[in-house]
Design a protein around this ligand. Structure first.
Ligand code: ASP
Ligand code: MG
Length: 628
């Protein structure tokens, strides 16, 4: 006997027959002794159709009326599914978001959930009814009782939030694909089904996973420890389990907005090795990191900034005990790189810095909230801490700072993000801890249930999936003064314009111009934000003493993600090697604990994805057939 939330997406309820098939599945689940809340999307392409109607009437329909319109789609499905259940002799009741009490911010078309009333849900469940809830919609609480929607794809978020609120044993997301695949099957037909993935991995794979699972839903699952499974509504196949670390007893008040950052981490046991002026051509990173991994040196962050002339800088961090070995490898390889390029050019040079620390903020809530990273940079600037390296991923921003500034940085960040000092931010407390296999196997107070499907014995693979993002553009700002506050200024400005930044990379090379030490900084944004971001930054460049602002839209970002890469030498090397073998030049590199991303030329994106996917042995012999 379990309490289960099932969610059915648009195609799963796309016709009368499909709704009847869903009713059958729901009925069987109830007959097996479970209590059920079912969350549904609008039928098929209904929402798209409604958007089209609105656009035929107005080029800028009001967001309030859009919510009024789009929320009708789900209301059709809940009524029909309840009728279908009643036809089978199963008592059922449909409820809109407002009727349940899915309370959201008063932010039309993109509201976040504040809390969910459970009284009416429980009352009906206790009477043996299946409660069929309209996904994607809620009601604002500011006295006006406005109908709101959560943003496209938001039904997943409704379902997981309901599961968290009623402490369901698990939440099943039914869709038209068999689960989460190792990569996009339209680009790599040999993609394989993943049977288990952690929420953090899923979030880092956002550009791959977002089509299957709304990232906000994953964020809630992670924060509240809701076990999730993504399955096909056409078959009985087990699908993909998305696992969470043990929940930390978070309050259900302000569910989606409470805390974007839930930990401040630091690591003082780090040193940085930089190779300056290595040739900008395929194979260089592969060679360097190949040699490093043969020496069994595990690197942590890797950063390659945009090139200058025909050379790049590559920097990486290692833990202090293995620094000597790492440094030796870098020094041994530098002359070889040098002679290969133009022997007359400036020479490749190895630079080692001992006294550094890495400080990070971590939390699923920073997704889509550009102000969070900006706040970190501003906090560091106010504390007078200069940032040497920045490395970002979907759920983490790390900065390398002077070791002497580490305490100051951590204290300031904890205050800014309201993290109690008791919560230790050691390296192990972060994503590495999750790799240790402490997955949630049980949830729900009323009906304990063992999810034996969650195999916690094996260690996670180094690479779980590979994602390609072709919708990014890169912006580089040349010659920013190297002093506290510049990153804060830059990313604060973008955040004010609601522009989210993805990879951020600061160059290693520091040049003194007009008596001021300067570095370049490059980052990626959604392609549609590229022109606007460039305009905003160009307007302030002169005033702030920055150099040129350069936009390049013809890029692709390819990433590998896996909790198992923590502490495993050679993963990065293998990725770079795969690119080198195909003569693909790496323009930028950025990493987090469980992710390595490379920017390559756009026309090489798909080839890069295929090469990397194959290199990690993720391709199966069977080809994936894309459902019509
Ligand atoms: N019907 C809404 C949409 O298409 C919500 C959902 O299906 O998740 O965006
Ligand atoms: Mg969806």
């Amino acid at each position: 006997m379990a309490l289960i939330v099932q969610k059915y997406g648009g195609t799963s309820v796309g016709s009368v027959e499909r709704i009847q098939a869903v009713a059958q599945r729901v009925y069987k689940t109830v007959k097996a002794g479970n209590s059920l809340v079912v969350v549904v999307s609008a039928m098929g392409k209904t929402t798209d159709g409604l958007v089209k109607l609105a656009n035929e009437i107005s080029t800028s329909p009001s967001r309030r009326e859009m919510d009024m319109l789009l929320s009708t789609g789900e209301q059709v499905t809940i009524a029909l599914l309840s009728m279908a259940l009643q036809e089978l002799g199963q008592s059922a009741i449909s409820m809109t978001g407002a009727q349940v009490g899915i309370v959201t911010e008063a932010e039309h078309t993109r509201a976040r959930i504040l809390h969910i009333e459970t009284d009416r849900l429980s009352r009906h469940l206790n009477q043996g009814k299946v409660v069929v809830v309209a996904g994607f919609q809620g009601i604002s609480s500011n006295g006006e009782l406005e109908i709101t929607t959560l943003g496209r794809g938001g039904s997943d978020t409704s379902a997981v939030a309901v599961a968290a609120a009623i402490q369901a044993n698990f939440c099943e997301i039914y869709t038209d694909v068999p689960g989460i695949l190792t990569t996009d099957p339209r680009l790599v037909p040999e993609a394989q089904l993943i049977d288990e993935i952690t929420c953090n991995e899923m979030l880092e794979l956002a550009s791959l996973g977002a089509k299957v699972l709304h990232p906000r839903a994953v964020e809630i699952a992670r924060n509240y420890g809701v076990p999730l499974v993504v399955r096909s509504s056409w078959t009985d196949d087990p699908g993909t389990w998305v696992t969470s670390p043990k929940p930390q007893g978070r309050s259900l008040v302000n569910l989606e907005i409470a805390r974007p950052v839930d930990n401040v981490e630091f690591d003082t046991d780090q040193a940085k090795v930089s190779l300056l002026r290595v040739p900008d051509k395929p194979g260089v990173a592969a060679r360097l990191f190949g040699e490093i991994s043969r020496q069994k040196v595990d690197v942590d962050l890797i950063i390659q900034s945009i090139h200058e002339g025909n050379s790049n800088d590559i920097a990486f961090t290692v833990t202090t005990p293995i620094l000597k070995r790492a440094e030796a490898v870098a020094a041994a390889i530098a002359p070889a790189l040098r002679s290969q390029s133009n022997p007359k050019s400036e020479e490749a040079e190895v630079m080692v810095e001992h006294n550094i620390a890495k400080v990070s903020i971590a939390g699923a809530g920073m997704i889509g909230r550009p102000g969070v990273a900006a706040k970190m940079f501003a906090t560091l600037a106010e504390a007078g801490v200069n940032i040497q390296m920045i490395s970002t991923s979907e759920v983490k921003v790390s900065c390398v700072v002077d070791a002497a500034a580490c305490d100051r940085a951590v204290t300031a960040l904890r205050t800014a993000f309201e993290i109690e000092a008791g919560k230790q931010g050691s390296r192990e407390a972060g994503e590495a801890g999750e790799a240790g296999g402490e997955f949630l196997t049980q949830h729900g107070l009323n009906a304990p249930l063992s999810l034996t499907l969650l195999n916690t014995q094996h260690s996670p693979p180094p690479v779980r999936g590979v994602a390609l993002d072709m919708n990014q553009a890169r912006i580089a700002i040349r010659q920013l003064p190297d002093r506290p506050g510049m990153a804060a200024k830059l990313f604060g400005l973008l955040a004010q314009h609601n522009i989210s930044v993805d990879m951020i990379i600061q160059s290693q090379r520091c040049r003194v111009i007009d008596g001021i030490p300067r570095r370049d900084i490059a980052f990626t944004v959604a392609r549609m934000d590229g022109e606007n971001a460039k305009k905003i930054l160009t307007q302030v460049a002169t005033e702030l003493g920055w150099g040129e602002v350069v936009l390049d839209s013809a890029i692709a970002k390819v990433s590998i993600v896996g909790a198992g890469m923590v502490g495993q030498p050679g993963v990065a090397a293998k990725m770079f090697e795969a690119l080198a073998q195909h003569q693909i030049n790496i323009q930028m590199i950025a990493t987090s604990e469980i992710k390595i991303s490379c920017v390559v030329a756009q026309e090489e994106g798909v080839k890069a994805l295929q090469a990397i996917h194959a290199a990690f042995g993720l391709a199966g012999s069977e080809k994936f057939v894309i459902p019509a």
